[in-house]
Write a protein that binds this ligand. Structure first.
Ligand code: ADP
Ligand code: MG
Length: 725
C-alpha cells in the first residue's frame, strides 16, 4: 500500500485555479441573508425575524409559515431538493438528517412542500447521539429547534437550517444551546455596564474570530496509514531527518497543489458567507492556517464548523486529506485554533478597544479588568472548556500553550494597572481625578500603538483590541470555550455593576469614582492570573503552583471542575446550564475520552501485531538466509563477514520482544480499565494506566523502523507524509 500510495501521490498535478468573479460578488450567494429575506419574505415576516434576532422575541406559527414559504421559494431557486436541520451534538461534529421538499397530494400529484412546522422543529433520531443520561431520566426523545440568529444556507442541493438540539424537557443535548444562553447572559450583563458610559447602548454581542490551523496530507498517503485513517494521527513513525528545524516552510511559497485547494475552498466559503481572509503556511511542514474576518460569536462558531466540513470535501476533490487533529505527528508542531474574542455594542463600539477620550478609556479599562477578574476567578473552568483527549497532547504536554491559564497584558498595560492600584479609597480629590484622566487613562491609546510585543507562549493574551485564547484545539467546536468565556464574563460584569451601584447609592460616590474604586480592588485580587513571562518554562510551573493556579494536564482531571459547587452556582446564576446538563455534558466528555483512547490502543495493537511484527520477521529471514549462505560459501571465515547482520538481528529481536510484550500488557490493562465502576474511574484508568503504553511501544516500533529495510517497511514514513508535495 505504501508504495502504491507514493506512486499515486507523485503523479498528481495541481488543478487549475479559476478566479473569474470578484470574491465580493460571490459572497453570501448561498445564504438566506437579509437581502434575500427582504426579497422573499413579506415585510411583516421580515421585521418579525429581525426582532427575533435582535431581542430574542418569539416567532409565532403564522409568521413561521410565511418564513418557511419564502425560504422554500429561495432554496428551490438555488436548486435545493432537500432540507435539513443542521445541529451540533455533543460528539463535536455537526449532524444532519435530510428530508426532501417533495411530497404527495391526496390526488397522487407530487409537490414541493415546506411549512412553518418543518422550519421550527424537527425530531431527529436522538438515540444515536450522546445525551449523558438526560434522555434516560426524562423523555426518550429530543428535538431540534430553529436558531433564527444564524441564517439558513444552501450547501450542494440541501437547505441547511441551523438549530439547537434539546430534550423534550428543554435540557441541552448539544453545544449550541448553552452557547446561545451564554451569549444572552453576556449581552444583558455587558449592556448594563456599557450604559454607565453610554445610555444609548441597547445590545452587546460577543465577537469571535478564529484562526484555524491544519495539516494537508496527500489522500493516498493518508489512507495508507491505518492510524491516520482511524484516529487522525500517527501513533508510530520515526521523525523525519529534516523536521521543522530549518523553519523554511513558514515564510515559504504556498505549494501550487495546496494553492489550488485553498482557492477552491475560499470560493466555496464565499458562497456560504464565511468571510475567510488570510491564508498562510504554518510552522510545520505541510501545515497551514486560515482565518476569517471576525463575526458575532454564534455565527462565527457555525461558520467554523461548516468550514471544517467543506474543507474535508474540497480536500478530497484535490487529492488531499485534512488533518484537524491537535497533534498528528510527534516531534512536530501541533495545530490549534486561536479564538480571538471581544465584546461589541449595537452602537458599533468595540468595548475592548481603547478610545480617544478618557471616558472611553475608562470604559475600555472596565471591560478589560473585568475580563481579567473573570478569568482569574474561573481559570480552572476555562481550562476545562478546551480539554479533550487529542488536545491533551498540546496543553500540558511538551507543547504550548501550557495547561495553566494565565493572562498576558504586556508591559505598558501592566504599568497602567499598577498605577490604578494606587487610586485612593472612596471619593477622589480633583487633583487625583485630573492626574488619572491626563496621565493614566488618557495615555492608553498612545501606549497600545507601540505595544507590539506579543507573547506567543501565553494561553490568554491581550492583543490590542481583543483577547486571544490560544489553547483551543484545532478540531474542537469553539462553542465550548466560547460558552464558558462569555458565561464567566457575564457573571463578573453583573457582580461589578452591583458593586458600583452600591457605592453610588450608599457611599454617594460619583459614577467614575465608584468605577475606579471597584476596579482598584479587582486589580489587587486578580494579580496571580497575570503573567508576562515564558509560559513554557519549568519556572512558571513552580511559580503557578505557588499562586495556586490549576495545572490539570489531562482531560479526566481537567473536566472534574465542571460539576463543582462553584461551577453549578455560576451556570445557574447566569441561566446557562443546570446541574443535570452539567453532569450530562461531563459524562459525555468522559465517554468521548475513553472511546478515543480505546480506539487508539486497539489500532496501536493492530499495527504491532499485523504490520510491524510481520515486516520485521521478513527482514530477519532475509538476514538469516544471507548468513546461512555466507557460511556455506566461506565456512569458518564467515564470522568476519556476518557481524553486521548478526548485530542488526539482535537489535531487532530486542525491540520486537519489547514491543510485543508491551502490547500484550496494554491489552490486559485495558480490560482491567473497562471494569471501573464509574465513567470517571474508567476515564482516569485509561489516562493513567493505558495511555502511558503508547509512548513506550512507539519507542520500540520507531527503533525497528530505523533497522528494517526500507522496501519492507509497511507504513508510510514521516518524510513521505510531510515532504511529498
Ligand atoms: P495573529 O495571527 O497575529 O494572531 P491574525 O490576523 O491571524 O493575527 O488573526 C487575527 C484574528 O482576530 C482574525 O481572525 C480577526 O478576525 C480576529 N479579530 C480581530 N478583531 C477582533 C475582534 N474585535 N473580535 C474578535 N476577533 C477579532
Ligand atoms: Mg493568533
Amino acid at each position: 500500500m505504501r508504495f502504491e500510495a507514493l506512486t499515486t501521490s507523485h503523479s498528481r498535478i495541481p488543478t487549475n485555479i479559476e478566479e473569474l468573479d470578484k470574491r465580493s460578488s460571490l459572497f453570501g450567494t448561498n445564504v438566506f441573508n437579509n437581502e434575500k429575506m427582504q426579497q422573499f419574505l413579506t415585510s411583516e415576516a421580515f421585521h418579525k425575524v429581525q426582532a427575533a434576532i435582535f431581542s430574542g422575541s418569539k416567532i409565532d406559527r403564522k409568521i413561521a409559515d410565511q418564513v418557511a414559504e419564502g425560504m422554500k421559494a429561495w432554496a428551490l431557486s438555488m436548486g435545493a431538493t432537500h432540507y435539513t436541520h443542521w445541529f451540533q451534538p455533543l460528539t463535536g461534529a455537526t449532524a444532519e438528517k435530510h428530508d426532501a421538499f417533495f411530497d404527495l397530494l391526496a390526488d397522487g400529484r407530487g409537490i414541493e412542500k415546506f411549512g412553518g412546522r418543518q422550519l421550527v422543529q424537527q425530531e431527529p433520531d436522538a438515540s444515536s447521539f450522546p445525551s449523558g443520561g438526560i434522555r434516560n431520566t426524562f423523555e426518550a426523545r429530543g428535538y431540534t429547534a430553529w436558531d433564527p440568529t444564524s441564517p439558513a444556507f444552501v450547501y450542494k442541493t440541501t437547505l441547511c437550517i441551523p438549530t439547537i438540539f434539546v430534550s423534550y424537557t428543554g435540557e441541552a443535548l448539544d453545544n449550541k444551546a448553552p452557547l446561545l444562553r451564554a451569549l444572552h447572559a453576556v449581552d444583558e450583563a455587558a449592556t448594563g455596564v456599557a450604559q454607565f458610559f453610554d445610555k444609548n447602548v441597547r445590545k452587546v454581542h460577543a465577537t469571535l474570530g478564529w484562526e484555524q490551523e491544519y495539516f494537508l496530507i496527500d489522500k493516498a498517503l493518508a489512507q495508507s496509514r491505518p492510524d491516520i485513517l482511524m484516529t487522525g494521527r500517527t501513533l508510530v513513525g520515526n521523525s523525519a531527518a529534516k523536521g521543522q528545524q530549518l523553519d523554511d516552510h513558514y515564510f515559504g511559497v504556498i505549494p501550487s497543489r495546496v494553492l489550488s485547494f485553498m482557492s477552491a475552498l475560499e470560493k466555496q466559503c464565499m458562497l456560504l458567507g464565511i468571510p475567510v481572509k488570510t491564508r498562510h503556511n504554518e510552522v510545520a511542514p505541510n501545515q497551514f492556517e486560515l482565518a476569517p474576518v471576525f463575526e458575532e460569536a454564534n455565527l462565527s462558531v457555525d461558520h467554523n464548523l461548516l468550514l471544517m466540513d467543506v474543507m474535508d470535501e474540497i480536500a478530497d476533490q484535490h487529492g488531499f486529506k485534512v488533518l484537524f487533529h491537535e497533534k498528528p505527528f510527534a516531534g512536530i508542531n501541533g495545530s490549534g485554533k486561536h479564538n480571538n474574542w471581544s465584546l461589541a455594542t449595537d452602537t458599533g463600539v468595540n468595548l475592548l478597544s481603547p478610545g480617544s477620550t478618557p471616558m472611553k478609556n475608562l470604559q475600555f479599562l472596565t471591560f478589560f479588568i473585568n475580563t481579567i477578574k473573570a478569568v482569574d476567578t474561573y481559570e480552572e473552568l476555562l481550562r476545562s472548556s478546551i480539554a479533550s483527549a487529542s488536545n491533551d497532547h498540546r496543553l500540558g504536554a511538551n507543547e504550548a500553550p501550557p495547561a495553566i491559564i494565565s493572562i498576558f497584558v504586556g508591559k505598558q498595560l501592566s504599568d497602567v494597572l499598577d498605577e490604578l492600584e494606587g487610586v485612593s479609597k472612596g471619593k477622589l480629590s480633583p487633583e487625583e481625578k485630573t492626574e488619572l484622566k491626563l496621565n493614566v487613562v488618557g495615555k492608553i491609546p498612545e501606549i497600545l500603538l507601540d505595544n507590539t510585543d506579543r507573547n506567543r507562549t501565553s494561553p490568554f493574551a491581550f492583543t490590542g483590541n481583543k483577547f486571544e485564547m490560544r489553547g483551543v484545539g484545532a478540531k474542537m467546536n469553539c462553542a465550548k470555550p466560547m460558552t464558558v468565556l462569555n458565561t464567566i464574563v457575564a457573571k463578573q460584569l453583573t457582580d461589578f455593576k452591583k458593586e458600583v451601584d452600591a457605592l453610588i447609592d450608599k457611599k454617594s460616590l460619583k459614577k467614575d469614582e465608584a468605577v475606579f474604586n471597584v476596579l482598584r480592588e479587582y486589580i489587587k485580587t486578580s494579580k496571580r492570573i497575570r503573567f508576562d513571562g515564558d509560559g513554557y518554562s519549568g519556572d512558571w510551573e513552580a511559580e503557578a503552583r505557588k499562586r495556586k493556579l490549576s495545572n490539570n494536564k489531562n482531560t479526566p482531571e481537567a473536566i472534574r471542575v465542571l460539576t463543582s459547587k462553584e461551577s453549578l452556582a455560576l451556570f445557574e446564576a447566569t441561566n446557562v446550564m443546570n446541574d443535570k446538563e452539567l453532569a450530562a455534558h461531563q459524562e459525555v466528555e468522559l465517554d468521548n475520552y475513553v472511546f478515543h483512547i480505546q480506539i487508539e490502543s486497539s489500532i496501536l495493537s493492530e499495527l504491532v501485531y499485523n504490520h510491524i511484527i510481520p515486516a520485521t520477521l521478513k527482514y530477519q529471514n532475509i538476514l538469516l538466509e544471507n548468513i546461512a549462505g555466507l557460511k556455506e560459501v566461506y565456512g569458518a571465515a564467515h564470522k568476519n563477514l556476518t557481524e553486521p547482520q548478526l548485530n542488526i538481528l539482535e537489535k531487532m529481536a530486542e525491540h520486537l520482544v519489547r514491543a510485543k510484550k508491551l502490547a500484550d500488557q496494554m491489552t490486559v490493562v485495558k480490560e482491567k480499565s473497562n471494569k471501573g465502576s464509574s465513567i470517571a474511574k474508567r476515564a482516569q484508568a485509561y489516562c493513567d494506566d493505558v495511555k502511558p503504553y503508547f509512548e513506550q511501544i512507539r519507542t520500540h516500533v520507531d527503533a525497528l523502523e530505523q533497522l528494517v529495510s526500507d522496501e519492507l517497511w509497511p507504513l508510510t514514513k514521516y518524510r513521505e507524509l510531510l515532504f511529498v508535495k
